[in-house]
Design a protein around this ligand. Structure first.
Ligand SMILES: Cc1cc2nc3c(=O)[nH]c(=O)nc-3n(C[C@H](O)[C@H](O)[C@H](O)COP(=O)(O)O)c2cc1C
Length: 172
């Protein structure tokens, strides 16, 4: 068995992750307050709408994420869907930098560190948390939604700011 093979299924992990990288996704920064009072946040592509009644969103967090424990215990968290032009913010929150909030504009919205520039903001009350495998599923009931007009930041095959091609031409 190779290192990139799932023990239970024998499925090659590299093939699975390559397949999933071809799923076009939006990108969002998920934030909350740590028990220390400091903000924390990470970039996710796993954001999706979960239910309409009640309005709920779902994100999936790797157990290796430094935010995982704070998110699993928090009463509220924020979801910031990023717009085109926020590639730098995406890379900052995908990193394991010491202070990811140093160079972004933000403020507290209750327990949620709210980023100023994201075109879509959801403040969520944590309603379900469960583990499966090496990730934690987090469902939040949406208490506040703000939407500004902007084109989305789109990820495809690990490339940020991917754009649709029409007749083989990447759109501006
Ligand atoms: C395009 C992209 C999508 C990602 N999606 C997720 C995700 O859905 N869930 C997750 O836990 N990590 C995801 N990550 C990885 C985290 O952003 C990354 O591990 C980050 O360093 C975690 O930060 P932290 O340890 O400070 O929490 C993604 C990274 C990239 C580049």
């Amino acid at each position: 068995m190779t290192a990139t093979e799932n023990v239970a299924s024998g499925l090659p992990v590299a093939t699975f992750t390559e397949a999933m990288s071809r799923l076009v996704s939006g990108l969002a920064v998920v934030t909350t307050r740590q028990p220390t009072g400091q903000p924390c946040g990470l970039l996710v592509s796993s954001i999706c709408s979960y239910s309409v009644d009640p309005p709920s969103a779902l994100v999936v967090v790797d157990h290796a994420s430094r935010c995982r424990d704070s998110l699993a215990r928090c009463v509220e968290f924020g979801v910031h869907v990023l717009g085109r032009g926020e590639e730098r913010t995406a890379r900052t929150f995908a990193s394991r930098g010491a202070d990811k909030f140093a160079d972004v504009g933000w403020e507290w919205d209750g327990e949620v560190p709210r980023l100023f520039d994201a075109p879509i903001y959801l403040r969520c009350n944590t309603s379900a948390v469960f583990d499966h495998g090496d990730h934690t599923v987090l469902i939040g009931e949406v208490a506040r939604t703000e939407v500004a007009e902007a084109e989305p930041l789109v990820c495809y095959r690990r490339q940020f700011d991917w754009r649709l091609r029409r007749n083989g031409v990447r759109q501006p």
